[in-house]
Write a protein that binds this ligand. Structure first.
Ligand code: KG4
Ligand code: ZN
Length: 347
């Protein structure tokens, strides 16, 4: 603890292909070290779980050393350890959880096994300070797309809706592949779309018909959109049209995400929207969310792009909130849970 009573929290993230380790005190990020194995997955067009696990094993200790050196602190200064316990790839999660358990035991400090999705939301604390509660959270990553009501980010998160099929990031990755773009596809489509016309092709907006809105008000579906892109490319797609395809596809995803997120705010009378997860780095999503929130009188909070994709900072940010709010640490024998539900914040 420092003079102001803020705990120094070490955060460890290994749920997918990034080994992220960070140190946070209160809402201040002291250091954020990330090692990625993304290059090793490119030729497969997606993350290969075994390759990711091995890369975490090799990167964990060097990344931890780099993190401590950057912050100028020793491990003995750490007050609590937080680690992603799920959801994610089980082999990848196990590396982080086992490493964090060993550290917590050796240092005799509390260990928090935290939810990766809640951590994406908590990342915003590091950029904009405490999140106003209640808030609506739009979580858009490679594996998940959800709308959440956040009454208390430490212990009160309620799912409002989620994708029925592909996650938003998954749709970006799949469509990028169709366009011959590298993995991960989100940043590549974001860049290509800048040269295209978002209104060139009227791609479908999933679950937005009057009937679907009654039944699936806050749910999403992107597989029909993906099929529409496949069909369009098969019938008339020449490479010259790819920028328009990228821009129109991106517009369809962003339109539905922002429309449903702002509706969730309006319907529940909540005036803060926070967006987290890798897709929150998308430039068009950020601009459209700002426009729609501005028009609806909703305060928008989106972390800077570097804090949207996976990192240890978000895990440390959530860990630090849990310590501040007096949430009990995980019991001994913490296990990873690849399917950890979004409303279980500490395991
Ligand atoms: O949160 P994240 O780093 O990992 C998961 O928890 O899944 O999200 C990764 C996803 C990938 O699907 C990637 O294509 C997407 O985020 N992504 C983007 C952008 N940057 C990353 N999608 C759209 N636009 C971007 N600029
Ligand atoms: Zn993530």
């Amino acid at each position: 603890m420092n003079a102001s009573g803020d705990a120094l929290v070490l955060g460890i993230e290994t749920s997918c292909d990034e080994t992220g380790i960070a140190l946070v005190r209160g809402t201040t990020l002291l250091s954020d070290a990330v090692a990625t194995s993304v290059e090793e997955h490119v030729r497969f067009g997606g993350v290969v779980p075994e390759v990711a696990s091995r890369a975490h094993l090799e990167a964990l200790v060097p990344t931890l050393r780099r993190c401590c050196a950057e912050a100028g602190v020793g491990l003995g200064d750490v007050d609590a350890v937080a680690v992603t316990a799920g959801p994610g790839l089980v082999g990848a999660l196990l590396v982080g959880v086992a490493g964090a358990e060993g550290l917590a035991l050796a240092l005799d400090r509390p260990l928090y096994g935290v939810n990766h999705l809640a951590a994406h939301v908590a990342a915003d604390r590091l950029a904009h300070g405490e999140l106003p509660e209640p808030a609506i959270a739009l979580l858009v990553s490679g594996g998940h797309t959800s709308l959440l009501r956040v009454d208390d980010l430490a212990c009160g998160v309620t799912p409002l809706g989620a994708t029925l099929d592909d996650a938003a990031g998954e749709a970006f990755d799949k469509v990028a592949r169709l366009l011959g773009l590298p993995f991960p596809g989100g940043p590549a489509i974001d860049a290509l779309a800048r040269r295209g016309d978002p209104n060139a092709i009227g791609f479908p907006r999933g679950l937005t018909s009057a009937q679907d809105r009654e039944r699936y008000a806050y749910d999403f579906s992107f597989s029909g959109l993906k099929t529409a892109v496949v069909r369009w490319l098969a019938s008339q797609g020449t490479p010259e049209a790819y920028p328009d395809v990228a821009a129109s596809f991106q517009e369809a995803v962003v339109d539905v995400l922002t429309d449903k997120a702002v509706r969730a705010c309006r319907d529940s009378g909540i005036d803060t929207l926070v967006i987290g997860g890798g897709v929150a780095a998308n430039s068009r999503l950020r601009a459209a969310a700002e426009e729609r929130c501005g028009a609806a009188g909703v305060r928008l909070r989106v972390p800077p792009p570097a804090l949207c994709t996976d990192n240890g900072a978000m895990v440390a940010a959530l860990g630090s909130l849990l310590v501040e709010r007096g949430i009990p640490a995980s019991p001994p024998g913490l296990a990873a849970d690849s399917g950890l539900p979004v409303d279980i914040i500490v395991r």
